[in-house]
Design a protein around this ligand. Structure first.
Ligand code: FEO
Length: 381
């Protein structure tokens, strides 16, 4: 089959925080695609930091031709920033979006002169190739759409199936999972709907706007993972212990629990929320089936890094898992009942509170160590 689709993938190795929230120790990648058929379509632009290089590469690939369409699958600026410079260079291009695309796009960049509004199910013929649009609201903004190209059996997936990190040999799943739960996780029901609408399609290639182009076994792996993630499903058995406190005693309790669990052969991971970004803990909290929240009391409330973590975790739809609680308070421990109240107020589904709630006064002693041992027994069942 002749090459009809060109991938323009760009790495930003300098960026440290993506979208103002998420650490990206391995950078970030932005993708745009060119379909060169009887009609020429460019699928999405790129982030500001790589727009100049993208335009130069696009000019070479077009080889004197002019694009007919710019498809805007997602308006967020990491994919639309290049539109202004692109339209200045190719002013006759028709911008293709849906009814929600253009108000947002024009709020960012001003009026769009040539536009085509498409609806879900509509097909844009390009020659041998064509793009069939499916609305994918909230994956990850309300205007998002994806498109299926039947001749090459390709899915242009917008943010879906993307990952943190530059395009390299790093495996897909880990940083794709952190990306999914932190950025899209709240909208699992919408992801389930999208997967159902794509269910009958043969997909050989997934073109996401972030990360590598997915082909071969990776397509199946990615779709299988999205089926699990969209249902907030458990992938592995194990205990994530997240701690937050001022002087190390709460973390020490988490560490002793970790040692008890691993001595029993239980898979466990220990995170200090005062040191690690919560996005990594959120990823593992969803990967595994048990979570222990260990927090000091702070002005009669939950120590802030734990409160922030728990609020964010619950906002992503946390559920279907077992949770243990450790609280600490020098004179009046309050964090345990406050964490339980947050879980209850969020109406978290299928959260089972296990073991005794361990209440530490300042530091562990024989009595609280014995309570930790009971909690470890409960978590190892
Ligand atoms: Fe990659 Fe929702 O933008």
């Amino acid at each position: 089959m002749e090459k009809l689709i060109t991938h323009f993938g760009y790495n930003d190795s300098e960026v440290r925080i993506f979208e103002g929230l998420y650490p990206v120790p391995n950078g970030m990648a932005y993708n745009s695609y060119l379909i060169k058929d009887e009609k020429i379509a460019v699928c999405d632009t790129v982030d500001e930091c790589v727009t100049a290089q993208w335009l130069a590469d696009l000019e070479v690939a077009l080889d004197g031709a002019k694009p007919d369409y710019l498809i805007v699958h997602h308006v967020e600026p990491d994919h639309s920033y290049g539109m202004g410079a692109f339209l200045a260079k190719y002013p006759d291009t028709v911008v293709v979006g849906n009814a929600k695309t253009f108000p947002m796009l024009e709020n960012f960049y001003g009026a769009v002169e040539h536009k085509k509004v498409v609806a879900g199910g509509e097909v844009l013929p390009l020659g041998k190739t064509s793009l069939q649009f499916t609305m994918a609201a909230m994956i990850h903004w309300p205007e998002v759409m994806v498109s299926y190209e039947a001749y090459t059996k390709s899915l242009f997936a917008a943010d879906a199936f993307g990952k943190f990190g530059v395009i390299d040999d790093e495996g897909w799943a880990c940083e794709a999972r952190r990306y999914y739960y932190n950025i899209v996780g709240k909208y699992g029901v919408q992801v389930q709907k999208l997967l159902a609408s794509l269910g009958g399609l043969e997909i050989n290639t997934i073109y996401s706007l972030h990360g590598p182009v997915l082909t071969g076994e990776l397509v199946k792996e990615a779709i299988d993972k999205y089926v699990i993630w969209s249902q907030w499903g458990v992938e592995s058995s194990g205990v994530i212990i997240a701690t937050a406190g001022a002087h190390g005693n709460t973390h020490n309790a988490g560490k002793e629990l970790y040692d008890m669990l691993t001595a029993k052969g239980v898979k466990a991971k220990l995170f200090d929320l005062t040191e690690v970004d919560m996005s990594f803990v959120i990823e593992d909290a969803f990967k595994y089936d048990k979570l222990v929240l260990a927090a000091a009391t702070y002005y009669s409330e939950i120590f802030p890094p734990m409160e922030n973590f728990l609020r964010m975790l619950l906002s992503k739809g946390y559920g279907n898992r077992k949770v243990g609680i450790i609280e600490n308070g020098a004179w009046m421990a309050q964090s345990g009942k406050k964490m339980l109240a947050m879980i209850e107020d969020a109406k978290a589904k299928n959260v089972e509170i296990v073991g005794p709630m361990v209440t530490i006064k300042c530091a562990l002693n024989d009595d609280t160590r014995a309570q930790l041992a009971v909690l470890a027994d409960e978590l190892s069942k």
